[in-house]
Ligand binder design. Structure first.
Ligand SMILES: CC(=O)SCCNC(=O)CCNC(=O)[C@H](O)C(C)(C)COP(=O)(O)OP(=O)(O)OC[C@H]1O[C@@H](n2cnc3c(N)ncnc32)[C@H](O)[C@@H]1OP(=O)(O)O
Ligand SMILES: CC(C)C(=O)C(=O)O
Ligand SMILES: [Mg+2]
Length: 639
């Protein structure tokens, strides 16, 4: 006891001591800040650095062919600025840059960006690699933070500024001021990254950028890019936004400057920081698809673009087939996209959870009604789904998946996907118990196949083809003289008495319209009998059926077709009452309204005998046959 108390004390002391290694990042005193009141209304200038920052962080950097494929995809998605290489790093990088230029792979409106450190010979190599391209951003980087200056470079602030200015002048001489006419044909832009800007004093960051700007002399038409990088994310996004607003409002010649963000994700806030940085005035954003890049990665360009999209702002990048983007990135980087990545993850639009499934199912039903009235551009209002998966080409993916956490909403959704029917609520509740106990017992995810198997075995005839309806005649006879609708004696259900085997299918619509419209969702009265319609007619049914090839004649009477059919089935020796029933017509997707061959009917019947109840379901082309199957199936379960 005593010893464990001492070791507990020691362990807390150790923990307290290690945390003291870290210094809180100071907030900026900047009461003039305006960014919290801003909103994002337009996309930034995007730069993809997948082929540079993303590539340098791979176990095996991409070869030329892989980089070319990636580049072509980036162009297809709509990126107009693409950092293609670090040409001084390797022969592959240099040759890839040459290949892009000499093969004409770069569209006229796309800027390539090539990167180098502030080292003269490496800058020369970099610019040589870009020779002959139409539009080139030469990107140099130099860390400005105190720790880097002291630990890595051993340089004073003044020496750092001098190095940056020397490099800017060199680039100017080799490019826009070059004596070489070929070089002057290219449109050149300079990007300067004060690396670790976030951890640099703002005064020094401004001072070095002013000096580089003076050396380069940008114009309003061809702005210099200051890429104020969170090379390592060390502060909260609100602090970053303050830093950006301060930089944007204190740099001179703002109209000749493009302020660019380059956020890494060390604290997991890169997306938030980049969005707030734009609120604070930044014009441009560098990042990688699905957050590839050094350590925890660069900011995710997909999330940023789709966050704008879901605010009603067109990002100018086409992610209409997001799975293709995922496949391409996974194949070329060999890094899987996380299952729960925003927008792109396999589980992003998918839920296993009962209440979520219920809400989504109701949401889709309400959406269908809304779209019927207002068309597909009706405002998106969907529980749990912040955007329409169809906009990302993910319409046909599983939104609902079933396990023991699911409820009737999700299970009803699956039954609808398998059988194209909506179960009555009471059946949904009953079937949910069946599915959940199966899932718990087996400990497995419930697939469509399992749902089909469980549903068929519980509610449908084992061999539906064994029960046939050869002919059927219906007559209605008025029982109540009160509330006569003028129909007298035999009217054969809207005048369509049916006979003969073919007649069953041939006149299915006639039964159906009456059956479905008149009696769908027949609710039991409190005493357990279906409600009787006000102008009560009695329906007499006479049918020839075959069960396993054995012909039988059945007849019965009731308040409507279903109860007369149930009465007829009782004549086969069954004993039950009808508690509840529902019939519905299905129309297959894409079929014309009157295309009978694609129509099917579903009958759901709940029967009671003594203290036992059973549901039965039939799905057939003919509505009476569907109901016959449902009744026989439930009746057999009661035996
Ligand atoms: C935050 C970022 O992602 S920046 C992107 C950096 N990208 C890369 O480094 C990928 C490609 N890099 C490479 O292939 C190599 O590192 C090269 C070709 C750039 C340089 O290679 P080497 O000459 O072998 O040097 P090494 O890789 O050890 O780099 C460290 C040297 O560069 C210096 N250095 C580092 N960054 C910079 C910079 N921005 N500007 C100038 N010098 C720099 C270091 O001070 C060090 O110099 P020292 O040897 O005199 O102490
Ligand atoms: C822009 C460059 C230097 C970079 O990758 C970074 O700062 O993270
Ligand atoms: Mg980086």
């Amino acid at each position: 006891m005593h010893i464990s108390f001492i070791s507990y004390l020691l362990s807390t002391m150790t923990a307290n001591n290690t945390v003291k290694k870290y210094t809180p990042f100071p907030a900026l005193h900047f009461p003039e800040r305006k960014w919290p009141q801003q909103t994002l209304t337009k996309p930034p200038r995007w730069l993809s650095t997948d082929l540079r920052d993303g590539n340098q962080a791979l176990v095996q950097p991409m070869d030329g062919d892989a980089k070319l494929r990636f580049f072509q995809h980036l162009v297809k998605f709509g990126y107009k600025e693409i950092e293609v290489s670090y040409p001084s790093a390797s022969q592959t990088e240099f040759e890839f840059t040459r290949r892009l230029i000499t093969t004409g792979a770069i569209p006229d409106d796309v800027w390539i960006q090539v990167m180098a450190p502030c080292r003269e010979e490496l800058i020369r190599t970099t610019i040589e690699a870009a020779r002959g391209a139409k539009k080139v951003i030469v990107h140099i980087h130099l860390s400005t933070s105190e720790v880097f200056r002291e630990v890595v470079f051993n340089m004073t602030e003044q020496e750092t500024i001098e190095l940056a200015v020397r490099c800017a002048r060199l680039i100017r001489n080799l490019t826009k001021d070059s004596a070489d006419p070929e070089m002057r044909q290219t449109e050149w832009t300079l990007e300067f990254t004060p690396e670790n800007f976030q951890d640099t004093s703002l005064e020094f960051a401004l001072e070095i950028c002013e000096a580089v700007k003076a050396a380069w002399e940008p114009t309003e038409e061809n702005k210099i890019i200051f890429n104020v990088a969170a090379t390592v994310e060390v502060a909260m996004p609100n602090v970053f936004a303050d830093q950006i607003e301060y930089f944007c409002t204190h740099i001179s010649d703002r109209e000749k400057v493009s302020v660019s963000l380059h956020n890494h994700n060390d604290r997991g806030c890169a997306v938030a920081a980049t969005e707030m940085g734009q609120l604070a005035g930044a014009d441009r954003v560098e990042g990688c698809l699905f957050s590839n890049g050094e350590r925890t990665g660069n900011v995710d360009l997909v999330t940023l673009a789709l966050n704008l999209y879901t605010q009603g702002v067109d990002p100018g990048i086409d992610f209409g087939n997001l799975n293709e983007v995922v496949d391409m990135v996974e194949e070329l980087t060999k890094i899987p996209v996380h299952f729960r990545a925003p927008y792109a993850g396999k589980y992003t639009f998918c839920t296993f959870t009962g209440t979520h499934q219920d809400a989504i199912r109701k949401g889709y039903k309400s959406r269908a009604r809304l779209e019927e009235r207002l068309g597909p551009s009706a405002k998106w209002r969907m529980p749990y789904l912040p955007m329409d998966p169809a906009d990302l080409g993910r319409k046909h993916e599983a939104i609902i998946r079933l396990n023991s956490q699911s409820g009737k909403g999700g299970i009803g959704w699956f039954v609808n996907e398998v059988f194209e029917v909506d179960m009555p609520r009471d059946l949904e509740v009953a079937f949910t118990r069946v599915v959940k106990s199966y899932s718990e017992e087996k400990g497995v995810e419930i697939t469509h196949d399992i749902i089909e198997e469980l549903f068929r075995s519980r509610y449908m005839l084992p061999k539906p083809e064994g029960v046939q309806l050869l002919s059927c005649k219906l007559r209605t006879g008025k029982v109540c003289s009160a509330k006569s609708n003028g129909v007298n004696g035999v009217n054969g259900v809207n005048g369509h008495a049916v006979s003969g085997a073919n007649g069953v299918n041939g006149h299915a619509n006639d039964h159906a319209n009456d059956h479905a419209n008149g009696h769908a969702n027949g609710k039991p009265k409190p005493n357990g009998k279906p409600a009787i319609h006000e102008h009560t007619n009695t329906v007499h049914l006479h049918a020839n059926i075959a069960i396993q090839g054995v012909r039988q004649t059945i007849s019965g009477s009731g308040d409507d077709i279903l109860t007369s059919l149930a009465d007829a089935v009782r004549g086969l020796g069954f004993c039950f009452d009808v508690l509840d029933y529902k019939t519905e017509w299905q129309h297959h997707e894409g079929a014309g309204e009157n295309d009978e061959s694609t129509r099917r009917s579903a009958g759901f019947v709940k029967l009671v005998s003594g203290d036992k109840t059973a549901w039965g379901v039939g799905i057939q082309e003919d509505s009476i046959l569907a109901s016959l199957h449902a009744i026989l199936s439930a009746a057999a379960k009661l035996e």
